[in-house]
Ligand binder design. Structure first.
Ligand SMILES: [Ca+2]
Ligand SMILES: [Ca+2]
Length: 194
């Protein structure tokens, strides 16, 4: 433990990030190595094009959206702390959290994971997934495999099933309910963290 916490001193805000995100010292060190590797020019921050070097994102049909989630609105760079805070959403959910100082609703909780996923759809951030926003994601994910008509009918069905208040859009609550039985950990795994 002694050696890993001393090397953690080389990681910017290492101790604080460990507390906040639940990543171990060893894990944070690996993420910092990864970050420095992506930060080719040693600027201390990443731009969206730096993420192209991550195959799991560049090959992911909605990789651009996931990369976009690393950036706050209007910002073009992401520093190491923000990088880690976003990646914390991809940590497996802990069933029995008794860790001292743990956040009441940490980034890897089911609720926070769902919120993260919801924002990948809700690009105008109005708190609802509109039919158009849903269609855009489906188009990116399914691409050439389906016709426009099939896409429309998949979207119709998804909205019909999830849209409880019949406003033709999916609120976060409706989104959460429609995914009640889905293993979100499995859906939101990313090899990046191994
Ligand atoms: Ca929206
Ligand atoms: Ca609705």
């Amino acid at each position: 433990m002694g050696s890993s916490s001393s090397s953690l001193n080389n990681v910017p805000d290492g101790q604080q990030l460990m507390q906040e995100t639940g990543f171990s010292a060893a894990h944070l060190l690996r993420l910092y190595e990864r970050f420095k590797f992506l930060d080719k020019d040693n600027r201390g921050h990443l731009r969206s094009e730096d993420f192209e070097a991550v195959p799991e994102l560049s090959e992911n049909p909605i990789g651009d959206r996931i990369v976009g989630a690393f950036f706050l609105p209007g910002q073009e760079t992401v520093d190491f702390s923000s990088f880690v805070r976003v990646l914390a959403h991809f940590r497996p959910t802990e069933k029995n959290r008794t860790r001292a100082g743990a956040q009441p609703d940490p980034a890897n909780s089911r609720n926070r994971k769902l919120k993260f996923a919801f924002r990948l759809y809700d690009q105008d951030r109005d708190g609802k997934i509109s039919r158009i926003e849903l269609l855009q994601v489906l188009r990116e994910m399914l691409g050439m495999q389906v016709t426009e008509e099939q896409l429309q009918s998949i979207a119709d069905r998804a909205i019909q099933e999830a849209d409880l208040d019949k406003d033709d859009a999916i609120s976060f609550d409706e989104f959460r309910k429609s995914l009640e039985k889905v293993n979100i950990d499995h859906k939101m795994s990313i090899r990046f963290l191994e």
